[in-house]
Design a protein around this ligand. Structure first.
Ligand code: PHE
Length: 337
């Protein structure tokens, strides 16, 4: 009752009501030819306010007279709480595993320069290794030197370079984020997807540290009974490089359709940071401090890894089409509530 009166005063009050103010500020001082349409709008507004007030006071009267009761025992309107998207959930899970090992999170831009995305990672201009990452480039970049041209990052690895230029070792970071490739969408590819990168640089970091770290991470994500296997591979910025496979979680290694009868599922790429990467980092750091020697490969070593979040989430939940993640179909999403 009191609220209804306050509402009436606020809008229709003779002295301070909003309608009075509006009429003074706009209607009375408005140009003559605008007065008619303004007047019509003004009257519509006034009518609306009066209608609301009448219907409210009618209901109040009914409630007071006992004609209409508010049944406070009726259940309220239930609004389902939101849930993290399954991809975000997996990404956060991966990041949390590494946070527990003392890693911190680093982020970088999705629009990246050729230098960070390729050159500093030992993909020289025109080198065929670039063909493995079909790149979406920004328009009108031809006038710039090759290393300054902008593109959509094809992986999260450029954040390795950014982090090393910014900070001396020791470094232990994970980099979650979106990456872009000029790939046609199919059941396992999407032009925009997500990766989590890892980088560890310190004194005496060896390949066994890499193996132990990733074996632990895979067990944390897929259960302690999974085995890991490191398969020789190639990335320009790691040497040696490996693909990490886990024993098939669907058939425990016996061979099934999901693992193409091999018993193993390939999940991520990794390797020891190539000394040429440390050389690019040192060159960039020396522009700021000519005496910099923080990334001298005679003193430090490191490992890096990169995993596709969609791929891991698909294996975790047995999802066979990557498109489900982006469809917004509630029947899919509700299964993760
Ligand atoms: N950046 C690589 C890719 O997207 C993955 C990777 C990261 C490999 C770090 C080795 C080390 O394919």
């Amino acid at each position: 009752m009191r609220d209804a009166e306050a509402f009436r005063l606020r809008w229709l009050g003779r002295k301070q009501g909003r309608l009075k103010l509006i009429s003074e500020a706009w209607l009375k001082s408005g140009p003559t030819d605008a007065r008619k349409p303004l007047g019509i709008r003004f009257n519509q507004l006034k009518q609306q306010i009066e209608e609301v007030l009448t219907s409210v006071s009618l209901r109040i009267q009914k409630v007071l007279e006992g004609e209409e009761r508010v049944d406070i025992t009726l259940p309220g309107g239930v609004r389902a709480p939101g849930i993290p998207h399954p991809l975000l959930k997996t990404m956060n899970e991966i990041v949390a595993v590494f946070h527990h090992l003392g890693y911190s999170t680093a982020l970088g831009p999705q629009v990246e320069s050729d230098f960070y995305n390729f050159e500093a990672l030992n993909f020289p201009p025109n080198h065929p290794a670039r063909d493995t990452q079909d790149t979406l480039v920004l328009a009108d970049q031809q006038a710039k030197p090759s290393r300054d041209r902008l593109l959509m990052r094809t992986h999260t690895s450029p954040v390795q370079i950014r982090s090393m230029i910014a900070c001396a070792p020791p470094i232990r970071i994970v980099v979650p984020g979106k990456v872009h490739r000029n790939d046609a969408a199919d059941a396992t590819h999407s032009p925009v997807f997500h990766q989590v990168e890892g980088l560890c640089v310190d004194t005496n970091i060896t390949f066994s540290d890499l193996k132990g770290t990733l074996d632990h991470a895979m067990k944390a994500l897929f259960g302690s009974s999974v085995k890991t296997r490191f398969f020789p591979s190639f990335f320009p910025f790691t040497e040696p490089s490996a693909d990490v496979q886990i024993s098939c979680i669907f058939c425990s290694g016996a061979g099934c359709r999901k693992c193409k009868q091999s018993g193993w599922i390939e999940l991520l790429g990794c390797g020891m940071v190539d000394p040429t990467v440390f050389a690019s980092v040192t060159e960039a750091r020396r522009k700021l401090n000519p005496a910099d020697d923080a990334y001298n490969p005679a003193k430090i070593t490191g490992f890096a890894f990169g995993m596709g979040v969609e791929r891991i989430a698909m294996v975790q939940h047995g999802i066979s089409d990557i498109g489900h993640f982006y469809s917004g179909d509630m029947r899919f999403l509700e299964q993760f509530a």
